[in-house]
Write a protein that binds this ligand. Structure first.
Ligand code: XIL
Length: 386
């Protein structure tokens, strides 16, 4: 089923919380996830690198491999783990507008994001920037003029200034930016006749806001790859809407380099065939592609809350799903330059609290950073593609 009811978090709803799952140790015990022999030294050469084979090394030159990370993970065991497995990272939340400019226009809090970017670069990892513009996690000042709503001209000015300042700040350190996230909808939220989400940016500025944001990013760093990022990018309607946007930007001479597939998947959705058709359609537009936020829920649909524990059968089914999807991305490696999963382990996933509080275990490593069957499936897919 489509990712309906969409990625809208009610205002003020809590983000994911760290939870320990008693069930997990049972599953881990049953599976006895043995570390892979012949451990590969991490790119950083960290002495305490994990014993399991490095995913970044397995993907090698074929594709960048990485994870969404948080500032809290830059120390100790998690830091060594990230350096061992990743050739690219993205900040899960630390580079969103509400994090970088929480209080007022022109006042930035770059310290946490800088630490994350510098951590990655010092260990040979590249950094994706996520996300310059979105309809969520935007700071309140952006849309207000005192107690009134900001005017069109003011909002264009603020958006251009924010993008210019942020992209300039990270220039040469962030190789690819998600310039705009989730601007199109397929019936799950109010939209204009072209399917453009009626976000404040769209309603106050008009549909041309998309040109404004891409042009500002291109001007600030002509060398960065500029992406449009979205969920359900494989659905035929999204392919149509996003393709129209890309063609329109290119016709106007506005730079756009790539499509980001969030790829939040479940056991039952989407099909590999749909994904393959979509990748081929975007390839015809002359843009590159990244898989930016891959995770695979144990539930049949992302909107369900039926699974109560990670049984061996569910973990095996999840591993097969990872194998088929990652296998496709690797077959299309001429188009897909990077693959990132949305989190380092099941200790922390946004799916535990979106769209409801629930048990989920959608990533490659368990809450103790032990490899799951999904890890072995992805590792084998990468090694087979060698
Ligand atoms: C999520 C984070 O993982 C959560 O911690 C946060 O509370 C909300 O945002 N699509 C995106 C990501 O593009 O930025 C979202 O990240 C997940 C869905």
């Amino acid at each position: 089923m489509p990712l309906s009811a969409t990625l809208v978090r009610p205002p003020g709803a809590p983000g994911p919380t760290r939870r320990r799952f008693a069930q997990w140790s049972l599953a881990g015990g049953l599976l006895g996830s043995a570390p892979v022999r012949g451990a590969v030294e991490s790119a950083a050469g960290a002495a305490d690198a994990p014993a399991d084979a490095s995913l970044a090394k397995a993907f090698g030159q074929r594709m960048l491999f990485g994870m969404a990370i948080t500032p809290e993970q830059l120390r100790g065991r998690e830091a060594a783990f990230i350096a061992h497995h990743c050739s690219v990272v993205v900040a899960e939340n630390a580079m969103k507008p509400e994090a970088l400019a929480p209080l007022r226009e022109g006042q930035y809090e770059f310290a946490a994001a800088d630490a994350l970017v510098d951590f990655a670069r010092a260990r040979g990892m590249q950094v994706r920037g996520h996300t310059l513009m979105w309809h969520q996690q935007m700071p309140p000042w952006l849309l207000k003029d005192g107690s009134a709503t900001v005017s069109r001209a003011q909002l264009i000015g603020r958006v251009e200034r924010y993008i210019t300042d942020v992209v300039t700040h990270f220039k040469g350190r962030v190789f690819a930016w998600d310039v705009l996230n989730e601007a199109f909808v397929d019936g799950e939220a109010p939209a204009d006749p072209g399917g453009m989400r009626l976000s404040e940016l769209r309603t106050i500025i008009g549909p041309e806001y998309i040109e404004v944001v891409f042009a500002a990013a291109a001007k600030a760093d002509p060398d960065a790859l500029l992406f449009y990022n979205d969920y359900e990018t494989q659905s035929p309607r999204k392919v149509e809407m996003i393709s129209r946007m890309v063609r329109s930007l290119k016709a106007k001479g506005v730079k756009i380099d790539g499509i980001g597939h969030q790829a939040h998947c479940s056991a039952g959705h989407p099909s590999v065939a749909d994904f393959e058709r979509a990748i081929d359609a975007y390839a015809r537009l002359g843009v590159t592609q990244h898989v930016t936020e891959l995770d695979i829920a144990l539930n049949d649909s992302l909107m369900e809350n039926k699974v109560t524990s990670a049984t061996p059968a569910l973990l095996e089914r999840q591993a097969r799903r990872y194998a088929e999807l990652v296998g496709l991305f690797l077959r299309r490696r001429a188009q897909v330059g990077a693959l990132l999963v949305w989190g380092i382990s099941d200790a922390h996933s946004w799916l535990n609290s979106w769209p409801m509080q629930r048990f989920e275990a959608p990533l490659l490593f368990d809450a103790q950073l032990r490899p799951k069957p999904a890890f072995h499936a992805v590792l084998e897919a990468a090694q087979r593609a060698a």
